[in-house]
Design a protein around this ligand. Structure first.
Ligand code: ZN
Length: 366
């Protein structure tokens, strides 16, 4: 992997996150709408095939097409740490570093608005019952660039409606990696879908997926155009860099950075106060990736794939969790789950561990 792009030095050191003025203009997103009432029966997490990268490399039985993760979607998880105060139909406006918070009756997810001058980032985080998965809406002067498309249709619709209310066209929706929580809802945005070629291949190899409500998402609806290229691209006057990170949370991950604005769009290379997904059995690869990110200078804002936006301090948290995971993850998935939850009792997304265990230990039964 190349380190040249995100290490690129920048002339102006960005403001620390806690001094950024958060903006929320209710007149732009103020029209009342009926809250979406979600019901989450216990149902299977996407199971149509194993991840494309699973074959052999993690020592599990990659050739067996019969076994599937057995994790169940647990609606009790909706009382997770990140939104334990929220009821369906409420929204929370989070202003990092201030006590600002407003609640109303419109959104299920959480939007954090980061004002970076010419760029404004609207980070949409789904509730805990959708793994706190995020979509980043990057607002440039004339356009929106969306990163990741949500898992559940209802949350994709909610985030897309928020984006549309900004009054700018969605230039493209970039899918960062081939896990369905980031793309099952992507078609709902009505935007061109793009990804790295490797991510495209992983999505196609996985085929149709189910979201946690059981809805089937045909792969044809969410297959991205494999047009993302590693390197720099100026979009609407804003410099973006795209890097291909191999290994870790997923075999192929796109890392996006905005070097002039101090923003790393890390997505699933970083989880923030959410249990990490080890289903690819590649903690060492993830540790390598985190060191790469942590070594990038001039980035004060880190957008996580699960959880709220963070500062660079989040790298230490992820490092610590990876170290703990490597220590605790043995031959017994249940024991691991108990042990890691004991160390991170306040983290959301405990069922992420179940999903990962479904992949890691499914072959033990045969
Ligand atoms: Zn994810």
């Amino acid at each position: 992997m190349s380190t040249s792009i995100i290490r690129k030095s920048i002339s102006r050191r960005p403001e620390p996150l806690d001094t950024i003025v958060k903006t929320w203009n209710p007149t732009r997103w103020g029209r009342p709408s009926a809250p979406t009432v979600m019901r989450f029966p216990s149902s299977r997490i996407p199971t149509t095939s194993r991840p494309a990268s699973f074959d052999g490399r993690n020592g599990s039985c990659g050739t067996c097409k019969a076994h599937r993760p057995v994790s169940r979607f647990d609606s009790k998880e909706s009382s997770g740490a990140l939104d334990r105060d929220l009821q369906v139909g409420e929204y929370r406006f989070v202003a990092a570093g201030t006590s600002g918070r407003r609640e109303g009756t419109m959104m299920n997810g959480t939007v954090t608005v980061l004002d970076k001058g010419t760029v404004r980032i609207h980070s949409y985080m789904a509730p805990a019952n959708s793994v706190n998965v995020t979509s980043q809406i990057i607002e440039t002067p004339e356009r929106l660039i969306v990163v990741d498309g949500q898992f559940l249709e209802a949350y994709a619709d909610e985030a897309a409606e928020y984006a549309h209310a900004l009054g700018k066209p969605i230039d493209r929706l970039v899918i960062t990696h081939g896990h369905p929580d980031h793309y099952a809802g992507a078609a709902r945005w009505g935007a061109p879908l793009v990804s790295l070629p490797e991510v495209h291949d992983a999505i196609v190899a996985r085929g149709d997926v189910h979201d946690p409500t059981g809805r089937v998402v045909p792969v044809a609806d969410v297959t991205p155009d494999p047009s993302v290229r590693v390197g720099e691209e100026v979009i609407d006057g804003v410099l973006f860099t795209f890097e291909h990170i191999v290994g870790g949370e997923a075999h192929d991950q796109l890392l996006i950075s905005l070097p002039e604005h101090g923003v790393l769009v890390a997505q699933d290379l970083v989880y923030h106060d959410v249990h990490l997904y080890f289903g690819e059995n590649d903690i060492a690869g993830w540790q390598e990736a985190i060191e790469l990110l942590a070594g990038a200078e001039g980035y004060d804002t880190v957008l996580a794939g699960h959880g709220l936006p963070a500062t660079a301090a989040v790298f230490d948290e992820v490092r610590r969790y990876l170290t703990d995971g490597a220590e605790l993850l043995g031959a017994d998935g249940d024991a691991y789950k108990k042990a890691i939850i004991a160390r991170y009792p306040d983290y959301a997304g405990q069922f992420v561990i179940d999903i990962a265990n479904g992949y890691l230990f499914a072959d033990r039964s045969h």
